[in-house]
Ligand binder design. Structure first.
Ligand SMILES: [Mn+2]
Length: 449
């Protein structure tokens, strides 16, 4: 992209954000605002930015964090408030057209429907030249338009950007990272880069390092190979490594992940100020994510807003979550699996909680345990007598949404997702029928290829 085009884009979305800010300021000050945001890191940081901005404007508001925006949720929203959707709603526009109230949307997801008259939306996909930008980044630009004082929220935008794996520093993202005073260092994308390496390696799930992740002995072995030793009883952190040490550790990890896709192994480490300390943005993002997934998205927001009580609580949740993931990976390793050509079915039943099964499956698909193109299907029992299914493929391959969709349509249940990551839920009494039909589809699908 040429410099001129970049500037054109950045001005297009910036103009839209300014318009949205102006429109918002025109609304009655006495009207309450209902924020509705997504439960991932980008959504949580977006909500936090808007909350702080509204507080400074002395506006009344309430916040709702959701996993998916459904027509039911929309129909239950208060009718007398201004609605402010963040990191979602671009795909629910048709449900918003009937509402008799002002609607604002800041989002970056695809738009497939017409924009209703009552909706004011800022979304980069509407503009011709796109820089990938997180919703939190857009919210930050909005808050900054409203009041320059909000420049102190830039770190939250960087955290949201990392949470959505956006690391290309184009014009907008450059403005945001500059405002945040983030420290950027090139290296291996293990986090937290600020803590002793032995702990970081032990808990490393993305990237998953065979014989090292979840294995203390393996960790010490690797550090020994790399030639790193304890000083004053402690190993160095990633950001303390010199260039040569960084190269050695990258090489050692690569050797453990030989057959794997390692294109994301090296990248930028982002350090941002949070609670007055330089912290790894990836770790902050992981904490927010853990908190949300464990059912406490509002703790995550308070943590973003630097409430000290929330800090303690999120540390607890994060520790619990990490343990759950590591335990989940170990369980999967030892459990009996159904193996076919090009697929593996892992039925963990009640051994891994439904909250972590999809994360564990994602990690497995990125680990070096299964060969390229393998379909991984994990099943777990919920406490409501249902079976939750998570399907992934290793570095792309077959359309798992189609396979899962076909199977579930035959036995009854719900399914969703996309080509390389799909999920489903159905009644426990259909489990054996599901397995039978699933195997058939996996075999048939393979024949077709
Ligand atoms: Mn997002």
């Amino acid at each position: 992209m040429s410099k001129e085009v970049k500037e054109l884009f950045s001005s297009e979305i910036n103009v839209k954000i300014s318009e949205l800010a102006e429109e918002f300021l025109k609304t009655q000050k006495t009207k309450d605002v209902q924020i509705i945001s997504h439960f991932d890191t980008d959504g949580i940081t977006s909500a936090s930015i808007i909350i702080k901005c509204l507080k400074r404007l002395d506006r009344k508001f309430s916040t709702l964090i959701v996993k998916n925006l459904t027509p039911e949720i929309i129909s239950k929203l208060p009718k007398n408030k201004i609605l402010f959707f963040l990191d979602l709603a671009s795909n629910s526009l048709s449900y918003l057209s009937g509402l008799n109230q002002r609607v604002f949307i800041i989002d970056h997801h695809e738009i497939t429907q017409d924009i209703p008259h009552n909706v004011c939306i800022a979304n980069p996909v509407l503009h011709e030249k796109k820089e990938e930008i997180s919703t939190s980044g857009l919210c930050y630009l909005f808050a900054k338009k409203i009041d320059q004082q909000n420049k102190d929220l830039a770190s939250l935008a960087v955290i949201g950007m990392i949470g959505d794996s956006i690391e290309n520093i184009g014009v907008c993202n450059n403005e945001i990272t500059k405002d945040s005073d983030a420290v950027i260092k090139k290296g291996v994308r293990l986090y937290p880069s600020t803590r002793p390496l032995n702990r970081v390696l032990e808990f490393s799930s993305e990237p998953y390092i065979p014989t090292v992740t979840g294995n203390r002995e393996g960790v010490f072995q690797l550090l020994k190979e790399v030639g790193l030793e304890r000083h004053n009883g402690q190993y160095k952190s990633l950001i303390e490594l010199n260039e040569e040490e960084m190269t050695r550790i990258v090489t050692a990890i690569l050797l453990k992940r030989l057959e794997k896709n390692n294109e994301n192994l090296i990248g930028n480490i982002f350090l941002v100020k949070h609670f007055n300390q330089l912290e790894d943005a990836r770790e902050i993002s992981a904490k927010i994510n853990a908190s949300s997934r464990l059912g406490e998205p509002y703790t995550a927001i308070l943590y973003c807003l630097e409430e000290s009580k929330a800090k303690k609580q999120i540390e607890k949740l994060y520790a619990k979550y990490k343990q759950m993931i590591i335990k989940g990976l170990n369980t999967v390793e030892n459990i009996e699996k159904i193996r076919g050509s090009g697929y593996v079915i892992i039925n963990v039943k009640s051994e891994i909680s439904e909250d972590v099964i999809s994360v564990v499956t994602t990690i497995l698909s990125k680990s070096s345990l299964y060969s390229e193109g393998t379909v991984i299907i994990a099943m777990s029992h919920t406490n409501k007598g249902e079976v939750k299914v998570s399907a992934r493929t290793v570095n792309r391959g077959r359309d798992v949404r189609e396979i899962i969709g076909k199977t579930v349509s035959e036995i009854g249940g719900e399914f969703g997702g996309h080509k390389y990551a799909a999920g489903a839920i159905f009644n426990l009494d259909k489990e054996s029928e599901f397995l039978e039909k699933l195997k058939k589809h996996l075999e048939i699908e393979l024949v077709k290829i």
